[in-house]
Design a protein around this ligand. Structure first.
Ligand SMILES: [Cu+2]
Length: 137
């Protein structure tokens, strides 16, 4: 009795494994992901950078980041103090200057003419805390 059941079981097992290999050809699933990626090209992320002309320079401890920045005429540059020490700002040509800034403080200046505007942190100029904003038309 049990021998016969076993034989039936083995037969069923053989049939299911034989059949099981055929439907497992699921290759078309890989193709389904391709059309989704194509929609990403329509994102208009490049447009906002042209009109609102702003830029940020961080004042770290004894350095400006970025130390060299090129912007277009009319750009408002904001300096933000992010270091532990206080820092100040002084343009070499006197176009802007500011006393000590502590952590989190900001200062903004709009560059309305082209040129090269070197500036320093007067407290740390000797440590190389210098920067330059180049303004182009
Ligand atoms: Cu400084």
């Amino acid at each position: 009795m049990s021998m016969r059941l076993c034989a039936v079981f083995l037969l069923l097992l053989a049939m299911t494994t034989a059949c099981g290999t055929a439907p497992s050809q699921n290759a078309p699933t890989a193709a389904a992901t391709a059309p989704a990626a194509a929609t990403g090209t329509a994102a208009p992320t490049a447009a906002p950078t042209a009109s609102p002309a702003t830029a940020l320079i961080e004042l770290g401890d004894h350095f400006f980041d970025p130390a060299q920045l090129t912007v277009k005429v009319g750009t408002t540059v904001t300096w933000k103090s992010v270091g532990q020490s206080t820092h100040d700002l002084a343009a070499r040509d006197g176009s802007f200057s500011l006393g000590a800034m502590s952590f989190g403080q900001t200062f903004s200046f709009t560059f309305n003419r082209s040129g090269r505007f070197p500036y320093v942190c007067m407290q740390h100029e000797g440590d190389g805390m210098v920067g330059v904003v180049t303004v182009v038309d």
